[in-house]
Design a protein around this ligand. Structure first.
Ligand SMILES: C[S@@+](CC[C@H](N)C(=O)[O-])C[C@H]1O[C@@H](n2cnc3c(N)ncnc32)[C@H](O)[C@@H]1O
Length: 195
């Protein structure tokens, strides 16, 4: 399956798909943290709307920045109307990309009130990580993710990362259990469709 993981510097979801035999690529304005050759350092809109030398994508999973969208930053909202509109336009454009299966992931955010409610809200503790961090999924032609391993432990993920310039990276990196669930459950769609 041809898979694009948009707005991913870590390679977590890309690796999960590639390990299962898919032709998966990540893309981000930043370079790939793992130095993978299967990373496009480019704008997600450019990558998702078609790079002429590449075959079409069948599935896209996107992790757009939540800086101007997240409800946890609500007290700053009045001061950043323009940034918010731009961030919402970016999300809308990704959701409208010409790709059959799309999942877009974000924390609790104004996407819910300004575009539409998410199709699913997942938690790390449903996928083997003893942490809480509500993660919303907007889905197009994809089933909801089934929890793979419900564990004890409800520590808020956001409070664990130490301060520093790379704190946002630690907080935003997709967790392994969720990456594996996406690759296992959504990666099999191509096989089912072909059958
Ligand atoms: C919330 S982080 C997601 C990180 C992801 N979960 C991971 O494991 O790498 C958002 C990412 O979007 C990237 N980004 C921002 N604007 C972008 C754009 N126009 N095209 C592609 N990537 C973009 C940022 O560089 C950042 O790495």
């Amino acid at each position: 399956m041809r898979v694009l993981i948009a707005c991913e510097f870590s390679g977590a979801v890309r690796r999960a798909f590639r390990e299962r035999g898919h032709d998966a690529w990540s893309c981000d304005l930043l370079p790939a943290e793992d130095g993978s050759p299967y990373h496009l350092q480019t704008d997600a809109i450019h990558a998702s709307y078609g790079m002429l030398h590449l075959d079409p994508w069948e599935l896209m999973i996107c992790h757009p920045p939540c800086t101007h969208l997240s409800v946890s930053g609500a007290r700053w909202f009045k001061k950043k109307t323009v940034e918010q509109l731009e961030a919402l336009a970016f999300v809308k454009t990704l959701l409208a990309a010409p790709i059959h299966h799309i999942a877009l992931e974000n924390p609790i955010s104004i996407i819910s009130s300004r575009i539409r409610k998410p199709d699913q809200v997942i938690q790390p503790w449903q996928f083997g990580h003893g942490e809480t961090k509500a993660t919303c999924l907007w889905l197009k032609n994809l089933p909801k993710l089934t929890p793979t391993k419900i564990v004890e432990g409800r520590e808020a993920r956001v409070h664990r990362a130490p301060p520093g310039p790379d704190r946002w990276k630690e907080r935003s990196r997709t967790l392994q259990g969720i990456a594996d669930a996406m690759a296992d459950q959504w990666g099999s769609l191509a096989i089912e469709r072909a059958a």
